[in-house]
Design a protein around this ligand. Structure first.
Ligand code: CA
Length: 222
């Protein structure tokens, strides 16, 4: 377990409390050494102060999450909603506003670890269609390693098909699932987006199932 907190009194109190709860704890006092500590000890959880010298807790969070997913409990002195939203968006699992009780800290730590342990498979972050790779969180698309620009709708369309390999969808179903249109209008919109995706990613990426619709995978196109 890593504790990254620049206020020495809080850092040692948090570390002592976690140690007495049975965790092995190491402490860092600024952003850069916090990142280094996490890289070195690969902790099960990081207790991370928001306001730190060097760079702040949000930047620490970004850097330590770049390689692998590590649970983060963010400590904040400010109860501003935007801080919390930003903090949770960059990958903090929970937060505590100072001052907090040691009991509350340990309870939150246990709750996060429980969630991590019982989590089902991680959400899909990468989809592959032959030479095409979809990086879902960043919405980047690579073909043979080269980045290809798709519009947001084109991305949604191909990601939806890629998440259901081999399944044939009618244009009506695609309109409902990707565009949210339930009345069947705009079928030609689907065709034009499929054409655009094929032009950008290659004809072999999406297969036309004659008189039915579209699917991903093996087979000719009509
Ligand atoms: Ca601080």
């Amino acid at each position: 377990m890593a504790v990254v907190e620049d206020e020495a009194v809080i850092a040692s109190a948090v570390a002592a409390r976690l140690a007495s709860a049975g965790f092995a704890v190491e402490v860092a006092h600024d952003g850069p050494s916090g990142v280094a500590l996490v890289e070195r000890i690969q902790p099960d959880l990081v207790v991370l102060d928001l306001m730190l010298p060097g760079f702040d807790g949000l930047e620490v969070c970004r850097r330590i999450q770049a390689g692998r997913r590590v649970p983060v409990l963010m400590l904040t002195a400010r109860d501003a909603e935007t801080d919390l939203l930003v903090g949770l968006a960059v990958g903090a699992d929970d937060y505590l506003t100072k001052p907090f009780s040691p009991r509350e800290l340990v309870a939150r730590v246990h709750a996060i670890l429980r969630r991590v342990e019982t989590a089902v498979l991680p959400p899909v972050t990468e989809l592959r269609i032959g030479a095409v790779e979809l990086q879902v969180p960043s919405r980047r698309v690579l073909r043979d390693g080269e980045e290809v620009h798709l519009t947001p709708t084109e991305f949604e369309l191909i990601a939806f098909l890629a998440a259901h390999p081999g399944v044939v969808f009618t244009r009506e179903q695609l309109l409902a699932e990707v565009w949210g249109y339930r009345d069947g209008s705009g079928l030609r919109t689907v065709d034009s987006h499929i054409r655009a995706v094929r032009r950008k990613l290659g004809n072999d990426v999406v297969r036309t199932v004659h008189a039915v619709g579209y699917a991903l995978g093996e087979g000719g196109h009509g």
